[in-house]
Design a protein around this ligand. Structure first.
Ligand SMILES: [Zn+2]
Length: 93
């Protein structure tokens, strides 16, 4: 795996998403490269598997290394439910 590709793919994803987080849709000040299929599950570092996500979303989705990360759908649903409940989606961006 060529990790040097990550910054390039992150910038590309960020542009494609207009600078908005893939999950919570907030403007990102410090975007991260999010692997849709996690690296530890064999997810490739390719444009089709990399999206830009805010640090908070990226860390939350992979918060507990003992458990499998939430799937994209599971995490997106969590964010949606929080929005509906009026919970602020981001404090630091
Ligand atoms: Zn986010």
């Amino acid at each position: 795996m060529d990790l040097s590709l990550i910054p390039k793919l992150r910038r590309r994803a960020c542009r494609a998403q207009d600078g908005l987080c893939f999950y919570c849709r907030l403007q990102m000040t410090n975007p991260t490269a999010e692997h849709l299929i996690p690296r530890q599950h064999g997810g490739p570092t390719t444009a089709s598997n990399i999206v830009a996500a805010c640090r908070r979303c990226n860390e939350r989705r992979h918060a507990d290394p003992r458990c499998r990360p939430m799937t994209v759908d599971e995490y997106a649903t969590l964010v949606l439910l929080e929005h509906q409940a009026g919970i602020s989606a981001s404090t630091t961006g």
